[in-house]
Structures are given as C-alpha cells and as structure tokens.
Design a protein around this ligand. Structure first.
Ligand code: MEV
Length: 333
C-alpha cells in the first residue's frame, strides 16, 4: 500500500490567459489531496472517494465499464473525478510498463472539487505518484508534472495548461509560460480564501473565453493584458525582499486589475464578485477569483483577521479560511 499527497493551489495571477501562452503564477497552498494505491491481481480498478466535497462514493469498474455507478452525486462531477483517476492510473501503468496492473485507490481530499483550488491536478499528481511507487517505480517531480499534465489534457479535451499540475507537483510559487515551467522565489503571502460552495465547468468556461477571443480583437487584447499583469506581478515578487517596497499592496492592486479583466471575459459570477467586494471593503490589499471561475473560490490578501471575518458574514460565502503557501509539492505520506 502506498500513500502520496499533493497540494492544491490558488492563482495569484494569470488563469485563462495561460491557456493562450501568456505567463501565469499559481501558488501551492496547504490543502492536500491524499491518494492511497494498493495493487490488485485481477487487473481491475476499484476507487473509494470519501471526501471530495461531494457525497462519498465507491465505484468498482474495469476502466471500460458501460454501467454508471449508482451514487447520488452530480453525474458531471462524478465523471470528472473518475476521469482523472482513470487517466492517472493509465499514466502510472505506462510509466511502470505494467499495462495490466490493477489497483484499489482511495482518495481523501480537503480541496473542494472544481472550485478553482486545483483539486483535479492534486488528485492526478498524487494518484500517479502513489500508483507508480506501488509498482516499484519512482518518478522525478518534473516527470510526474508532465504525466499529470497529459492526463488532465486528455480529460479536459485538450483545454489544459501545465500550470495546475506543475504547481501541485513542485509546490511553492511557480511561473508557467507555455511549456516553460519553473519555481520562483516568493515571500510568505497572506492568502485568505472565500468559497461559495459551488463549482464552475472548466471546459465550458475555457471555451467561452476562446470564443470571445476569436470574435473580438479587444478580448484577445484583454487576454494579452492579463499576461502584462503577470509580468508586473513577477517583478513585485522578485523585489519583495526590499524593505522600502510595499509589495503586498502592489500585488493587491494587480490582483484587483486581474479580477476586473477576468470579469470582462465572462468568467466571474455574482457570488464571486460579492466575495471579492466583501474582501476589498474589509481592507484586503486586493482580491480576485481563482481558477476557471463561474463559481468556487476567490483569493484575497490580508495579514489581519478582517477579510476572513467579513467573508464569513457575506451572503453566498460558504467557507472562508487562511491558506499558507505549501513549500512542498507532491510527497510520500
Ligand atoms: C483552471 O484551474 C485554470 C485555467 O487557466 C485552465 C488551465 O490553465 O488549464 C482556466
């Protein structure tokens, strides 16, 4: 039996634009998905998922099952979750050159599904790591990130960047621009997260931005401007050691700008906007949605308790919490 965990993430800057080759800076946070893999001799895949912010479910299938599991959860979320586990196991079989390997897989996660905190990437990264190690093969984090990206790419019909999977595998703050991914230095950033209890449909939201971008030159410019914000944000992070600078306030201004542009691209929602404004009114340095949008989470910067408290009293906000930067990516548990 092998157990691995991998962190979720927030986007400090750059979601959506990263799909078109602009840079993005996601940061891993201390909320983890834990995956346990145990070999089975019958070649089947048995999956238990107890805490994916959906009702718990257990599914037995061979990967080719025509019958849908009889569980009381949204079909699309269930299919998405199963799709990632399936794709992760396929990558592990390939990496270990064991095409017929069967597994019993248990997933526990404190990252809400589809909420913009990188739950699918964390499950995929931890799943590949646990299943390959269970087969006696140890992959370097870079290879894990690459295989997890390929798994996500397949499940998301080719609409995935390397950002989520690289960040989850490596931990810390990372910079992603196309295939160029690396860790960058970052100070301790005071993240506060608000969650509306919902989930956006990443595929649909990415497709919506693609259509706008193809139809209107100014939408394409908006995507490019998000890239400019990311570059400015990187400069602020790199200068954060300078005692004369006000790096948190500068990051906050850039986050506000980034949120406005995401809103104009149609990926925000009433509840996300309400949480963003509640955070700003409470004195946060800045706030923006994180991830694909449509529902899910916002991220704000505040060293005090004010934003977290204000979010807890904001209609539409189901949960608010502080999140530390996770300096460690995927790890053996
Ligand atoms: C989803 O977490 C982030 C998007 O930029 C899609 C991606 O990068 O794969 C919307």
């Amino acid at each position: 039996m092998t157990v691995s965990s991998a962190p979720g993430k927030v986007y400090l800057f750059g979601e959506h634009a990263v799909v078109y080759g602009e840079p993005a800076v996601p940061c891993a946070i201390e909320r983890r998905a834990r995956v346990t893999a145990e070999k089975r001799s019958d070649g089947k895949l048995l999956v238990h998922a107890e805490d994916l912010s959906l009702d718990g479910f257990t599914v037995e299938y061979s990967g080719e099952s025509e019958t849908h599991p009889d569980v009381d959860v949204s079909e699309s979320l269930l299919e998405a979750a199963m799709g990632y586990v399936d794709a992760a196991v396929a990558q592990a079989r390939d990496a270990a050159d064991a095409p017929d390997a069967g597994f019993e897989v248990t997933i526990e996660s404190d990252i809400p599904l589809g909420a913009g905190l990188g739950s699918s990437a964390a499950v995929t990264v931890a799943g590949i790591d646990a299943a390959t190690r269970e087969l006696g093969v140890e992959l370097a984090p870079e290879e894990l990130a690459d295989r997890a990206y390929r798994a996500e790419y397949e499940v998301q019909d080719g609409q995935a960047s390397r950002a989520d999977t690289f960040c989850s595998a490596m931990g810390g703050a990372v910079r992603v621009e196309g295939d160029d991914c690396r860790r960058i230095d970052a100070p301790d950033i005071p993240f506060v997260i608000g969650f509306d209890g919902g989930a956006g449909d990443t595929g649909k939201l990415v497709a919506g931005v693609r259509e706008l971008r193809e139809e209107y030159g100014f939408a394409a410019d908006t995507v490019g401007t998000i890239g400019d914000i990311v570059s400015e944000g990187e400069r602020v992070l790199a200068a954060a050691e300078n005692p004369d600078g006000d790096w948190i306030a500068e990051l906050g201004d850039l986050m506000d700008f980034n949120h406005g542009l995401l809103e104009s691209l149609g990926v925000s929602s009433r509840s996300l906007d309400a949480m963003v404004w509640a955070a700003r009114d409470a004195g946060a340095y800045g706030a923006k949605l994180t991830g694909a949008g449509g529902g899910g989470c916002i991220v704000a910067l505040d060293e005090t308790e004010e934003t977290e408290t204000a979010l807890k009293f904001t209609p539409g906000c189901e949960e608010a919490f502080r999140a530390e930067l996770a300096t460690e990516g995927v790890r053996r548990e």
